[in-house]
Design a protein around this ligand. Structure first.
Ligand SMILES: Nc1ncnc2c1ncn2[C@@H]1O[C@H](COP(=O)(O)OP(=O)(O)OP(=O)(O)O)[C@@H](O)[C@H]1O
Length: 933
């Protein structure tokens, strides 16, 4: 038993010992875990601390960044605002006084704002805010009510709550108010065109003493001081101005002068500023004056009438009008109703008295001296090619005595213009100014110009591409210069315009339109620009009683009557219109030319009794859209538009803008002989398929608006020969060379045979040159002289007889001075009893059907007649002829007109007639061919 107890105890001890050991181990483990936890905790704490510091650092960095960014943004915004503010108050409206000088606004630029100081934001630490200019609006915008409650200390103003914009108190204007008004007036006067601002100062207290610096303006009528008791008159006078401007200037078309200015670029009325400095007793205004003041506050700015008010009372309804801005001064700071409670204004120090006096003096002197003469740039619009010509064309040509632009208008009324002025008075210059002014406003889709100058000189040539200047005015479709002897060219232009008139009338009929604006509206895809034809020295065209003059007058009359509704306008200019019977004799035509432009000393262009042209100074013109009736006179100074850097620069600019497919104008220069090598019609000739092709022999340049060549078609019909008539050898040789060279261009070498026969020593050189040129081109060409002529004719006639009806290879006989061999040609061959003349007649008669054509030169018509059979001979063998120095009457036998065509020979001009196509002969210019070789 005892043993089992001992065992039991032993067991228990062991168990206890085991348990103790186990507990100790657990304890140790727990302590180790606790230590580890503590370490972990300590580490976590340290980490947390580090994180916190990092976070703080990151936060600080980020915040710094944000601060920097917002400061940057703030500065950028402030810079933008400053730039905007400078833009709004440009030049003298915003410059600091130390750097201040008057500046002129750009033409048509509306008035901006005026700097009075800089803005102080209330909740920004003083000094850290960017210096934004504080601006106020006056002209075309607002009136100002200026108060000075009398607080002297600026700090007070910064700390004090902003004054509430309640009904203002009427304070007697202090020195500060006067200085403020003076500064503002100087900015306004210095940034507007001299004379465009008129001041009225009502200052019963100091009688204008404090604004005495502006007194020089009074000499120029720009300043009026009004004495005590004058307030009512001032208000009544301004109310009357507003009424007049509304009624007669704005006239229901515009709501305000500002609008009119924006739409037309004109500012027909000055700004009127009334400075009303009251006595501050609050009892100055009667009820009637209150009512007038109320009217002016409401309606003044639209009419350019503005009030700067201080110390006028009692304060009534007018004080609360939104067009009246309030400015309350404290020391050197101010509160304004524009900037509100968030900002105060640190006022600029006032300018020196000398600056104000000097500026006023300069403005007065400028106004008394009159406006600057207009310059060409003044005629140009702000944006080129933006106007529509659907209803009319309108463009300024100069500036009136008041400096405002004077416009010329063409449309339904007035439709056409007469321009007159003796030589040297500036007619050409006026036309340049008008053309430039129109071309800058209207694109070539809106305006097409046809320019013709009958006098010697090249005045309109500048509008076409030239050797030195390849540019042209894109509106110009045709330029004719030196047309003095080529009246036919003028006629051709009128005929062309007449054709345009017909086309437009037909289109208008199809669309049931009665005028151009309607046609354009109905046919928006159509090309219907207004057409303006300018004809300088047009009287040349109407000179005499010949067919050209009669036809020209008929076409002019029709164009003048019907052109108005089809958008075709004529501008006719002349040195002296007084003696143009063909014009004045047609009352209905003259009546259409209601726009009259008279240069100094122009006669008869204005209505009888209207003597303005006699007194208008040099470089001026009287523009009169009412047929010259005196009340419609407008005198304009015309800028120099011919000088370098004016019209030429505009032309370059517009040329760069032209449609790349636009063709240059057709140029006709009557003073220049065209070269065959430059003829487009020659360049277009190429060898054609044989034998179907009918070749054409060119003979000269037509005096026509197309600028094409005239030619004879050498078909296989009777009479397809050409006779060149007259004694001028050089021109005759040129005509034959032109014909030969152009024919040669239509054949491959060998496909045609040329036979040259030259019987005049003077022509040998030219004929030889042609012979060599044809030969050099690979063509078959033979040379015959006096001894060979009969043989050639005989052989050719024989070939025609023997060849049957089948045409052989084309054969062109070029016969120079055929008549020089008269005796030889006459001589009959005893064997055959035929003469060379008989052979010649055979060639002329049968040749064309068998493709043998004779292009021959006879030095007179009787000699040709002799060769054709003498007296009574028929000229049918020559279906085409070209006459050089041959009088019209001598051409009677060749002409369809009884007594012959009306033609007086002139140098380098020929009368050409092709029975197959012409109704009557046309004038051509024989090409110069010498440069050919
Ligand atoms: N408004 C102007 N301003 C400055 N110069 C001008 C003005 N008008 C004309 N002139 C100059 O006067 C001269 C004559 O002008 P212009 O050629 O226009 O006269 P015109 O009447 O056409 O004379 P003409 O009929 O003899 O050609 C030119 O040298 C021209 O530059």
């Amino acid at each position: 038993m005892a043993g089992s107890r001992r065992e039991l105890i032993e067991q228990l001890r062991q168990t206890l010992s085991y348990a103790r050991g186990s507990a100790r181990a657990d304890l140790a483990a727990a302590q180790a875990a606790a230590d580890a936890m503590r370490d972990e905790h300590a580490r976590a704490e340290r980490e947390a601390q580090r994180c916190g510091q990092r976070l703080l650092a990151a936060h600080a960095t980020r915040r710094g960044e944000v601060d920097r960014q917002s400061l940057h943004r703030l500065r950028a915004a402030a810079d933008q605002l400053t730039a905007l503010a400078i833009e709004q108050a440009p030049g003298a409206a915003g410059l600091d006084w130390p750097h201040w000088a008057p500046t002129l606004p750009a033409r048509a630029q509306p008035p901006g704002l005026y700097r009075i100081g800089r803005l102080l934001a209330r909740d920004v630490v003083a000094g850290s805010e960017p210096p934004l200019p504080a601006l106020v609006a006056v002209l075309d915008e607002a009136h100002l009510l200026i108060e000075d409650p009398g607080h002297e200390r600026a700090e007070l103003a910064v700390r004090a709550p902003a004054p509430e914009p309640t009904t203002p108190v009427t304070h007697r204007p202090t020195e500060r108010v006067h200085r403020f008004v003076g500064s503002l007036l100087l900015r306004i006067l210095g940034s507007t065109v001299p004379g465009s601002v008129q001041l009225t100062v009502y200052d019963p207290e100091r009688l204008g003493g404090s604004l005495a610096a502006f007194a020089p303006l009074a000499q120029a009528g720009l300043l009026t001081f009004v004495g005590p008791g004058g307030l009512g008159d001032v208000l009544d006078g301004l109310v009357e101005q507003v009424r007049r401007i509304n009624e007669t200037v704005l006239a229901g078309d515009y709501a305000a002068l500002r609008e009119l200015h924006a739409a037309t670029g004109r500012r027909p009325e000055p700004w009127r500023i009334a400075v009303l400095l009251g006595e501050g007793d609050g009892a100055e205004l009667t009820n009637a004056q209150q009512a007038q003041l109320d009217r002016l506050v409401r309606t003044g700015p639209a009419c350019g009438v503005h009030l700067l008010i201080a110390g006028i009372g009692p304060a009534g309804e007018w004080c609360r009008h939104p067009q009246l801005d309030r400015i309350v001064l404290w020391g050197d700071r101010a509160w304004t109703s524009l900037t509100g409670n968030q900002f105060l204004v640190q006022l600029d120090p006032p300018p020196s008295i000398e600056l104000a006096t000097g500026t006023s003096r300069a403005i007065a002197a400028k106004v008394l001296a009159g406006p600057d003469p207009a310059v060409f740039a003044d005629l140009l619009p702000a944006k080129e090619w933006t106007e529509s010509s659907a209803d009319r064309l309108a463009a300024p040509v100069g500036a009136g005595p008041d400096g405002r632009l004077v416009e010329v208008e063409l449309g339904d009324s007035p439709p056409h213009a007469l321009v007159g002025g003796p030589s040297g008075t500036g007619k050409t210059n006026l036309l340049y100014a008008l053309i430039g002014s129109l071309a800058a406003r209207y694109s070539p889709d809106e305006l097409a110009l046809y320019l013709l100058d009958f006098k010697e000189g090249v005045s309109f040539a500048r509008f076409a591409p030239g050797r030195r200047d390849p540019s042209w005015l894109p509106h110009v479709r045709l330029v004719g210069v030196n047309v003095n002897t080529d009246r036919e060219y003028g006629l051709a232009l009128l005929a062309f315009l007449h054709q345009q008139l017909r086309e437009r009338a037909e289109a208008a009929k199809a669309y049931e339109a009665t005028k151009l604006a309607e046609l354009r509206a109905e046919d928006p895809a159509g090309q219907w620009p207004r057409i303006v034809a300018v004809i300088d020295e047009f009287q040349v065209l109407l000179d005499g009683r010949d067919a050209v003059a009669l036809e020209a007058a008929r076409l002019l009359e029709d164009l003048a009557r019907r052109g108005r509704s089809q958008g075709i306008h004529l501008i006719l200019a002349s040195q002296d219109l007084s003696g143009i019977d063909a014009l004045w004799g047609r009352a209905s035509m003259v009546a259409q030319f209601t726009l009259r432009i008279a240069l100094p000393k122009a006669r008869r262009i204005l209505a009888e009794g209207n003597l303005a042209a006699d007194t208008v100074p040099r470089h001026h013109a009287v523009i009169n859209p009412d047929s010259g009736a005196e009340p419609a006179n407008r005198v304009a100074h015309i800028p120099d538009a011919g000088r370098r850097g004016t019209l030429d620069v505009l032309q370059q600019r517009l040329w760069q803008r032209r449609d790349p497919d636009a063709a240059p104008p057709v140029l006709f220069d009557g003073g220049r002989v065209p070269l065959l090598s430059e003829a487009a019609d020659l360049a277009a000739l190429v060898p054609g398929p044989e034998p179907s092709r009918t070749p054409v022999a060119l003979v000269g340049h037509t005096i026509d608006v197309t600028g094409r060549s005239a030619g004879v078609r050498l078909s296989r019909s009777p009479g397809r020969n050409l006779a060149v008539l007259g004694a001028r050898a050089v021109e005759a040789c040129d005509v034959l060379a032109t014909a030969a060279v152009s024919l040669a261009a239509q054949y491959r070498p060998g496909a045609v045979r040329f036979s040259l026969v030259c019987l005049d020593d003077d022509a040998v050189e030219a004929a030889k040159r042609l012979h060599d040129e044809l030969g050099a081109g690979g063509h078959d060409v033979d040379w015959y002289d006096r001894d060979g002529v009969c043989g050639l004719f005989a052989a050719t006639a024989r070939a025609l007889r023997d060849g049957g009806d089948q045409p052989a290879r084309p054969h062109v006989l070029l016969a120079y001075a055929v008549d020089a061999a008269a005796t030889r040609l006459e001589r009959k061959d005893p064997a055959t009893r035929r003469s060379a003349r008989d052979d010649l007649k055979d060639i002329l008669g049968r040749g064309p059907e068998l493709r043998t054509h004779l292009l021959g030169w006879w030095r007179s018509v009787p000699r040709l007649r002799d060769d054709l059979g003498g007296l009574g001979a028929r000229f049918d063998a020559f279906g085409a002829w070209l006459a050089l120095d041959v009088q019209g009457a001598e051409l009677a036998p060749l002409s369809t007109e009884p007594g012959g065509p009306h033609w007086y020979p002139r140098e380098r001009r020929a009368l050409f007639f092709d029975r197959a196509v012409d109704r009557r002969p046309r004038v051509v210019i024989p090409y110069r061919t010498e440069e050919q070789r």
